[in-house]
Design a protein around this ligand. Sequence first.
Ligand code: RRO
Length: 299
Amino acid sequence: MTALTSPVKIAGVTFGNVLMNGAYVGSKTLHDAKVLAASASGAVVIGSISVKPRKKNPGQNYWLHKENFFSLNSYGLPNGGLPYYKDTLSKIVDIAHKHDKPLVANVIGFSYAEFAQLVTMAEQSGADVVELNLGCPNVWDDGYQKRIISYHASLVADTLNRIKQQAVKVKIAVKISPLPPDILQEVARVIADSGIVHFVTATNSYPNATVTSGAQSSKASTNTELVGLAGRALKPISLGVVKQLRALLPKRIAIIGVGGISTSTDVHDYLAAGASAVQIATALKDDGLDVFEKILRRD
Ligand code: RRO
């Protein structure tokens, strides 16, 4: 089995080990960055970051199935936006680097120009990787869901072309949804053809699930919207996406696996499917930051 504890160089970026957090509710602030940097992870992911500051969606935002089969969330991208990150992201980068970890800035624009603006801000702040969140399911505007870019190969192409225009030097990662086969093939082709993508992160949560009776404290919910499904139930689906991507993408593009990881067996499953590193989100929220150490100890 591959050793999980050693530093790894992936697409030109050196990670402390193959584990990192996924962008989640605990990866937003300078304080979050300090906590993540001090953990046993191999990198720090911060975000998602939007141009405008955003508050969380009203009502309950997170549910865990009572037997831990899955998690559900609808946070709605709460973050401080450019007013917070334009000064703070460089401090966050310094904290990660002091712990010998690369900083991945996960960004989400609501237009191509916003994506470009966020990539520039992250690059100027010294981020090692900018992860474009093309799979956020939980942003609603006047009752209409914002389009999930990764479900449309043409929108993925337009986003990447816009970023390419500004000749960025920072490494680009693209985080996609759990896509069905035909769309995955088209999106993989667009990503490969763009020539600017170094990593594909697979996958974000499965969009537009709904809260079921097995989800803890769902009775207290005031949230009637649709929610993203993650956690253990997502693992076979994300793993399948990783496996397909490894066959579809050229070797120069590395894959970061995410979805239902809480043990070293989960990590090895993703590495065997073709991932070079993994992200953890649901298990971090539910079990805490010790999950990194627990996984590395069982290596
Ligand atoms: O904030 C959220 O509700 C959220 C985001 Br931005 C995302 O990309 N994926 C997700 O499951 N939730």
